[in-house]
Design a protein around this ligand. Structure first.
Ligand SMILES: CC1(C)CO[C@@H](CC(=O)O)CN1
Length: 431
């Protein structure tokens, strides 16, 4: 540390109502990483990494103005960190004009996997499409070749379903119907029944999920004959929570009955091996304890489960800063050979920008969020976790490594009918 500064910009969604205010936990996590990389004598010798950041409120317009303020004010920034899919879309689309790499720690939209529109985007947060190979793997494991889709009409779910349909076609799995709804799922659920849907993939935000669950109860589209796939990153008790203004007409017991047995998929964001030391020297458990201390000092009542938004994604922000430091370390070595330094970077210097790009592109290290590596489109390569609600609580059924096509399975699944549910009505011909 000490010596001259390397500056990066940070755009965090903190205040506001719309979208994801994950900067509340991700900004403290990023600051912890800054502390740690600057404490290392071997990482950026003679330099200190400095983060200049502001709040985007997960609003793309505000995010754009935060970016302009960062870029039109000294000092020159070498890279930008951002969260929220909408803000990352705006910032990453513009950043190429300043030859800046954009590293997103909180963006799940599949639309961001596009090197034409976002040539310099990388993200430590996996795309929502990371669930799809896992869903296909489970359909094959349980012999389901006829599935239905129920989705909320939101961009992230529309593009996720497009990817899922493509993978189902490749896997020879028939999509018997694809129903979508804006906010009232009644008709969509009725159409599922009409098509004799038995294995259904549900894609919606958590508020819509509660409306869907109550509708399933009312239309009796749940129980031992049905298999529901839901998204796994809702809070664990999402189906027991009563929020007056949502006007859910089902009781908590009815919601529990409809929810029993459903399966979820989610991307792993905390390294699973709790004893495994990561590049920072911490295990993911050490990181959790340190982050909790920082959040308590900020007034969050962690001991009573009062977490800030973005707590789940905090390792992604911590590892994003490590990705930056490691990339600058590589770039510094390369530039040194030509008698140059990162201090020579300016927004018109494509040569150094390309060096930074290739350094970040070859990222590969064990972070608190697991192995950090990017696909050719800058997407985070991540493991997924599969759970099932058994007697009202989530039980881990297994993990899936898409890259290696390796399913770790614990044989804990429970089928209330005593056997794997069918994907269609079997007509028994009495001869
Ligand atoms: C898993 C989730 C909640 C998906 O949305 C991300 C935010 C976004 O994509 O805008 C944050 N992480």
């Amino acid at each position: 540390g000490g010596g001259s500064e390397l500056h990066i910009g940070g755009i965090f969604p903190i205040a506001g109502e719309g979208g994801w205010q994950g900067g509340q936990a991700c900004m403290p996590a990023a600051h912890l990483a800054l502390e740690d990389v600057n404490a290392r004598a071997d990482l950026l010798p003679g330099y200190r990494l400095t983060l200049h950041s502001n709040d985007s409120e997960c609003e793309p317009g505000l995010g754009a103005s935060v970016m302009y303020n960062l870029l039109y004010n000294e000092p020159t920034k070498l890279m930008l960190l951002a969260g929220c899919s909408t803000v990352c879309t705006t910032v990453a689309e513009a950043a190429k004009m300043w030859n800046l790499v954009v590293l997103c720690y909180g963006a799940s939209s599949p639309a961001l996997s596009d090197r034409q529109r976002f040539p310099t985007l990388f993200r430590t947060h996996p795309s929502a499409t990371v669930h799809n190979p896992t869903r296909i793997k489970l359909m094959k494991k349980f012999g389901w070749s006829r599935v239905a889709i129920l989705q909320q009409a939101e961009e992230v779910f529309i593009s996720t379903v497009e990817d899922l349909e493509q993978r189902c076609n490749e896997a020879g799995i028939e999509i018997v119907t694809r129903q979508s709804f804006l906010s009232d799922p009644t008709d969509a659920v009725r159409n599922l029944r009409r098509q004799d849907s038995r294995v259904i993939v549900g894609l919606f935000y958590v508020v819509a999920a509660r409306r869907v669950l109550c509708e399933l109860y009312k239309q009796n589209l749940y129980g031992k004959q049905y298999t529901w796939f839901f998204i796994g990153w809702y809070e664990d008790n999402w189906f027991e929570v009563v929020i007056e203004k949502e006007n859910i007409e089902c009781t908590v017991d009815q919601m529990r009955m409809a929810a029993e047995g459903h399966i979820t998929t989610e991307a792993l964001m905390w390294n699973q091996n709790k004893r495994e030391r990561t590049i920072s020297g911490m295990t993911s458990e050490d990181f959790r304890l340190r982050l909790n201390d920082v959040l308590r000092q900020e007034g969050y009542d962690i001991d009573n489960q009062r977490y800030p938004e973005g707590y789940q994604e905090a390792p992604l922000a911590y590892d994003a800063v490590w990705s930056v430091a490691l990339a600058f370390n590589k770039t510094m070595d390369r530039l040194h050979k030509y008698g140059k330094s990162l201090k020579d970077f300016n927004y018109n210097n494509k040569e150094i920008a390309d060096d930074i790009y290739s350094a970040i592109n070859s990222t590969q290290f064990l972070g608190v969020s697991g192995i950090v590596a990017f696909s050719s489109q800058g997407d985070r390569i991540a493991l997924t976790q599969i759970e099932q609600v058994i007697n009202g609580t989530y039980v881990v059924l297994g993990y899936y490594d898409t890259q290696a096509d390796n399913l770790t399975w614990f044989d804990r699944e429970v089928w209330r009918g005593g056997k794997v549910p069918q994907d269609r009505t079997i007509i028994r011909r009495v001869l």
